[in-house]
Every structure is written in structure tokens, then in C-alpha cells.
Design a protein around this ligand. Sequence first.
Ligand SMILES: Nc1ncnc2c1ncn2[C@@H]1O[C@H](COP(=O)(O)OP(=O)(O)O)[C@@H](O)[C@H]1O
Ligand SMILES: Nc1ccn([C@H]2C[C@H](O)[C@@H](COP(=O)(O)OP(=O)(O)O)O2)c(=O)n1
Ligand SMILES: [Mg+2]
Length: 187
Amino acid sequence: MVHNVVFVLGPPGSGKGTICAKIQEDFNYIHLSAGDLLRAERQREGSEFGALIEGHITNGTIVPVEITCKLLENAMKAAGDVRGFLVDGFPRNQNNLEGWNAEMTGKVDEKFVLYLSCPVDICISRCLNRGQGRTDDNEESLKKRVVTYNSQTFPIIEHFEKSGQVREVKSERPVEEVYADVVKLFS
Ligand SMILES: Nc1ncnc2c1ncn2[C@@H]1O[C@H](COP(=O)(O)OP(=O)(O)O)[C@@H](O)[C@H]1O
Ligand SMILES: Nc1ccn([C@H]2C[C@H](O)[C@@H](COP(=O)(O)OP(=O)(O)O)O2)c(=O)n1
Ligand SMILES: [Mg+2]
């Protein structure tokens, strides 16, 4: 089975998780947040990657793709027959992209990249007020995550832009306005 995939990218706090949850509800796409999968693996009893994942998360750096891609593929296999997957927060760097291409080519049909663009000061304030008790929603980690986003993730968005695969939606607006534009991409 070939899985339909929409990548969802944007800076931390741009609203990827919020928008993906709404798409999942309305369009039968399954939301797979790479960050959520990594946080679950970090907590999993007996995981050999817990400490490594925690180190990257608090340091705002990116976990090696061998771990993240396997978590994504396992989640896809477990989901069964659905319309497709929203792969949220992935690929986040060149290593992610190369590892995904090596492992998933032939198994996925990449429909487009939903890019939520949002000014960094708004993003940081949203993360600081997110209230999810995350170990990386603090000034120090956020500074590092923004550096990682600008230096490693934005080039991945530019890579997809070259082949016309990016659909940008400005997400500093209220959720309802952002989502009204996103809906048009899935209808
Ligand atoms: N358009 C928006 N306007 C205001 N707050 C938002 C908007 N989208 C998301 N948020 C809030 O900002 C925080 C970060 O959103 P989230 O979806 O977790 O972003 P990301 O997954 O990109 O880090 C959450 O507390 C969320 O409720
Ligand atoms: N592809 C990914 C996605 C997330 N991670 C790690 C590093 C990221 O800073 C954290 C948090 O990612 P997450 O997507 O949950 O963060 P935001 O929702 O953008 O605030 O997880 C990763 O190593 N590789
Ligand atoms: Mg998120």
C-alpha cells in the first residue's frame, strides 16, 4: 500500500499541531507529529533511545533520522487504510530528508508541503504560553530551536519550493482564518 503524505512544516509555535488536529478531524488524514512520537519513545519502558532523544529535545537539535523515520513508518503501518498522513515537523533537516527518501521511496505519495509561516517573536510567545509542560518550551531551548529551524529546517522548505510542492499559509492570524485557507488545500 502506498501512503498519501502531506508534510507540515514551520517554526516552533507556528501552529502545526493545532492545524493538523483540525485536518485530522475533518478530512480523515491521520496526524503524525514526529515530536510527539519522539516524546512517547523517550518515555517508553525499555527504550534504548530515551536519553538520546531527551538530549536533542532540550538542546533544540534534531534526532538521527534512523530513529524518527522508523517511528513514523511504524505508526503508518499501525494506522491501516486511511486517506493519508499529516507528517508534522518532519523532515526537519537534510539528514531527515535523505533518510526518509532512502527508506520511504516507493512506499509514499508526497502530495505537498503545508508550510505555516509565522514571525519568530509570535512563535516564541506561543510556545512560552503553550502550557504543555514540555522540557523545551523555555527561553534557552527556544533560542536553540529557532537557530536549528533557520539553519536546518528552512533550507528543507526551500528544497521543496524548487519543485513547486510548497503551499504556504500565513499563521500569525487567528486559528479560524488560518484553517479556512488550509481547508482549501484539502478540498
Ligand atoms: N493561529 C493561532 N493563533 C493563536 N495561537 C495559536 C494559533 N495556532 C496555534 N496557537 C497556539 O500556539 C501554541 C503552539 O501551537 P502548536 O500547534 O503546538 O504549534 P507547533 O506544533 O507548530 O509548535 C499552542 O498553545 C496553540 O494553542
Ligand atoms: N523530525 C524531528 C521532529 C522533532 N524532533 C525533536 C526536536 C524538536 O525540537 C522537538 C520538538 O519537535 P515538535 O515538532 O514537537 O516541536 P514544535 O511542535 O514545532 O514546537 O522534537 C526531531 O529531533 N526530529
Ligand atoms: Mg507541534
